[in-house]
Design a protein around this ligand. Structure first.
Ligand code: FES
Length: 363
């Protein structure tokens, strides 16, 4: 089953650094509600590929929601087919097929004090959160921003401007590998000790995220104040008919680097399951989930407007928290042991493990 996708026009491609481009989409007024987003969310974009027809990739929105802008920022990677295609080929006036915003890497309280960590292009969702918190919130915002060297710093000018405008609330610490080496866990931990009580958000390369997350965990920062963003390649095609997608956008021949998703055998509770669902302030109760289909599909059949994006266990857009009972997952590329321990499950992969369940999408 395909997610509903939309063809959007690119109005601008901005060269942020030699290796990074921001892409601005035009969202027509009739799609404004569908494309409403919170800071830290991402768009899934279909990039043409002659091997698989298209490559679906998630890119964080670097704009802030209240700006009315829909801007993603993409950094070239050595073997990244899709990011290279965007940096080399995309131009204003082109169109791309895009899924609506999703993701859970987003602050619940925009007035909270925030400790943000961005590594390289991991700044993308982080700057959206920072800008929104500064312009719409009241708390303090601290950003630790690590880059290879001075030339690879994306949004350097914007950050400097925000630093001037919000001098009493915003602090940026730039860390350059060319000068200081890679930040060690001990250095990150030392830095974080100054910001007790802050809520943290981390996005960047895997080793950077691991070092920051371990440092924060070791400092005893509770799970509800530690958030990290993870992206993996989408193995399948959440866009539906490949021909239809390609007809809407230009085609270019290149190889694709998508991975094949793995699968795990799953025992499921067979028989009617009673489930209570909390979503957007609404309560739903059902007593006839047979465990023969994943929870997301069951809810959709019941007319519940449950969130999702990839449907592959790769993005966490469909995540819920289990409050009673338990769910197994057919496939999971995105939740770690901490997430699982906190009862977070991907509804697009979830089958029942108990006769009674209570879940919440509100975290
Ligand atoms: Fe992407 Fe479920 S929709 S993980």
């Amino acid at each position: 089953m395909a997610t509903e996708s939309y063809v959007l026009k690119v109005t601008e491609v901005i060269e942020e650094t030699a290796d990074a481009r921001s892409v601005v989409f035009e969202v027509p007024s009739e799609l404004q509600a569908t494309f409403a987003y919170t800071p830290g969310q991402f768009l899934t974009v279909a990039v043409p590929s002659d091997r698989t027809g298209l490559a679906a990739r998630c890119y964080s929105l670097s704009s802030s929601p209240h700006s009315g802008r829909h801007q993603i920022t993409v950094k070239r990677t050595a073997d990244g087919y899709a990011s290279n295609w965007i940096c080399d080929n995309l131009k204003a006036g082109d169109t791309l097929r895009v899924l609506p915003p999703s993701g859970i890497f987003t602050p619940k309280d925009i007035d909270a004090d925030l400790l943000l960590f961005g590594g390289g292009s991991g700044i993308t969702p982080v700057i959206s959160i920072a800008r929104t918190a500064l312009e719409k919130g009241t708390g303090k915002v601290v950003l630790f921003y690590a880059n290879r060297d001075e030339n690879s710093v994306i949004f350097a000018a914007e950050l400097a401007e925000l630093g001037t405008e919000y001098a009493d609330r915003f602090t940026v610490v730039h860390w350059l590998e060319s000068v200081q080496g890679l930040p060690s866990q001990a250095q990150l931990s030392n830095f974080a000790t100054y910001f007790d009580g802050y809520t943290s958000f981390v996005c960047g390369p895997a080793p950077f995220m691991k070092a920051v997350t371990t440092a924060l965990k070791d400092l005893g920062i509770p799970r509800e104040r530690r958030h990290q963003e993870k992206f993996v390649s989408l193995g399948g095609n959440p866009f539906g008919d490949v021909e239809e997608v390609l007809a809407a956008q230009q085609t270019l021949a290149e190889a694709d680097d998508a991975d094949e998703p793995g699968d795990a055998p799953e025992p499921a509770f067979a028989g009617p399951v009673a489930i209570e669902v909390e979503l957007d302030g609404q309560q739903y109760t059902f007593d006839d989930w047979q465990g023969d289909k994943v929870l997301l599909e069951f809810l959709e059949e019941k007319g519940v407007d449950a969130p999702f994006s990839c449907r592959e266990g790769n993005c966490s857009a469909c995540a819920c928290v289990v409050l009673e009972g338990d769910l197994s997952m057919k496939h999971n590329e995105v939740l770690d042991a901490d997430d699982l321990g906190d009862g977070i499950r991907l509804t697009c992969q979830a089958l029942p493990l108990s006769e009674k369940l209570r879940i919440s999408y509100n975290g």
